[in-house]
Design a protein around this ligand. Structure first.
Ligand code: NAD
Ligand code: LMR
Length: 329
C-alpha cells in the first residue's frame, strides 16, 4: 500500500450519483487496491445531514483503501489540496426539460467552484465535470481557474460512449471487448454524434459488420443521443449508477492511460481539430497517458459525419455565447 492518500473531491456528494460513486472510489475502483484515497465531499448546507448518513455507511463498509472523509459546504475548504475533483453537484433535468434549460440554474455553481479549485487544489489537479450541462459547466469552471492548465478540465461523454458500445454489442451480438475506437463527438446532449464509421468490431470496420445505414441513422444515433431522456421517462429520475460508473471509467483511464489500440471519448478543450471552434469543451476521440490526453488526429470525416459534428459544435457555441452573456466566463 502506498502511504500518501490521493485526495478526491466530489461535489453533490449526497445526490443520486454520489450514492453510487463514493463507494466505488472508496473501494479502490479509481486508483486500485494499493492506493489509499481521502474523500473530500462538498454539498449545500441543507444536504449535509443526509451526507453525514452516507459517511456513516462509508465507514461501515470498512474499505481498506479509504483513508478518511471530510465533508462541508465551503468549496475553498473541500478543494484544499485536492488531486482530483469530480464535479457532479448540479440540479438534474426533469421530464420535459432540455439540458439548455439548466445553463442558468447550474452555471453559477461552476464559477465559484472554478475559482476555489484555482486557489486551493493541488498542483496536479485533474477535473471531471459530470453535472449538466457538463461541457459548458466545464468551460465555466476552466475559465474561472486561470492558473490551472486548461487541459486539466474535462467533461463526461463516457456515458454516451458506453451507451454506444452497448447498442453495438446488442446489434452485432458481440461482447464489449470486441469493439474498438468508438467515438462520441460534440456535446453531451441530444445533438451529440455517436460515430460508428471509425469503430471496429473484432478487428473489422464496424460499418462492414453492421452494414445497415437505416439502423445507424434511425436507431443507433437517436437511441444513444436520447438515452438520458429515455431513462428519465422510465425511472422518473436521471441515470445515476451508470453515470457514476462512467465517471469512474473516464477519470481512471485519463489518469492511468487508455489501452493500446483503442481510444476513448472525452470532452476536452478544442484546439480547433476537426473544425470544432477553438476553446469549446467538446467530445473527441482521445488517447490518454500519464494524466494527459491527446486528440486522435487524421480521421477521415465524410459529409454525413461533418454535418453532425458541426451541428453539435454549433450548439456548444451557442451555449458559450449564452454563458458569456450571463457573465459566467
Ligand atoms: P441529485 O439531485 O440527486 O444530486 C445533486 C446533488 O448536488 C444534490 O445533493 C444537491 O444538493 C447537490 N448540489 C447542488 N448544488 C450544489 C453546489 N453548489 N455544491 C455542491 N453540491 C451541490 O442529482 P444527480 O442525479 O446526482 O445528478 C447530478 C448531475 O449530474 C445533474 O446535473 C445531472 O443532470 C448530471 N448527470 C450527468 C450525466 C453525464 O453523463 N454527464 C449523467 C447523469 C447525470
Ligand atoms: C444522462 O445522459 O443520463 C444525463 O445527462 C441526464 C440527462 O439529463 O439526460
Amino acid at each position: 500500500m502506498n502511504t500518501t492518500p490521493v485526495k478526491v473531491a466530489v461535489t453533490g456528494a449526497a445526490g443520486q450519483i454520489g450514492y453510487s460513486l463514493l463507494f466505488r472510489i472508496a473501494s479502490g475502483d479509481l486508483f486500485g487496491p494499493d492506493t489509499p484515497v481521502q474523500l473530500r465531499l462538498l454539498e449545500i448546507a441543507p444536504a449535509l445531514k443526509a451526507l453525514e448518513g452516507v459517511v456513516m455507511e462509508l465507514d461501515d463498509c470498512a474499505f481498506p483503501t479509504l483513508a478518511g472523509v471530510e465533508i462541508g459546504d465551503d468549496p475553498n475548504t473541500i478543494f484544499d489540496g485536492a488531486n482530483v475533483a469530480l464535479l457532479v453537484g448540479a440540479r438534474p433535468r426533469s421530464k420535459g426539460m432540455e439540458r439548455g434549460d439548466l445553463l442558468e440554474a447550474n452555471g453559477a455553481i461552476f464559477t465559484v467552484q472554478g475559482k476555489a479549485l484555482n486557489d486551493h487544489a493541488a498542483d496536479d489537479i485533474h477535473v471531471t465535470v459530470t453535472g449538466n450541462p457538463a461541457n459548458t459547466n466545464a468551460l465555466i469552471a476552466m475559465s474561472n481557474a486561470k492558473d490551472i492548465p486548461t487541459e486539466r478540465f474535462s467533461a463526461l461523454t463516457r456515458l454516451d460512449h458506453n451507451r454506444a458500445l452497448a447498442q453495438v454489442c446488442a446489434k452485432a451480438g458481440v461482447p464489449v471487448s470486441e469493439i474498438r475506437n468508438m467515438t462520441i463527438w460534440g456535446n453531451h446532449s441530444a445533438t451529440q454524434y455517436p460515430d460508428l464509421f471509425h469503430a471496429q468490431i473484432g478487428g473489422r470496420p464496424a460499418t462492414e459488420v453492421i452494414n445497415d445505414q437505416a439502423w445507424l441513422e434511425e436507431t443507433f444515433i437517436p437511441t444513444v443521443a436520447k438515452r438520458g431522456a429515455a431513462i428519465i421517462e422510465a425511472r422518473g429520475s436521471s441515470s445515476a449508477a451508470s453515470a457514476a460508473s462512467a465517471t469512474i471509467d473516464h477519470t481512471r483511464d485519463w489518469l492511468q492511460g487508455s489501452s493500446e489500440g483503442n481510444w476513448l471519448s472525452m470532452a476536452v478543450r478544442s484546439d480547433g481539430s476537426y473544425g470544432v471552434p477553438e476553446g469549446l469543451i467538446s467530445s473527441f476521440p482521445v488517447t490518454t497517458s500519464g494524466g494527459r490526453w491527446e486528440i486522435v488526429q487524421g480521421l477521415e470525416i465524410d459529409e454525413f459525419s461533418r454535418g453532425k459534428i458541426d451541428a453539435s459544435a454549433a450548439e456548444l457555441d451557442e451555449e458559450r455565447a449564452a454563458v458569456t452573456e450571463l457573465g459566467l466566463i
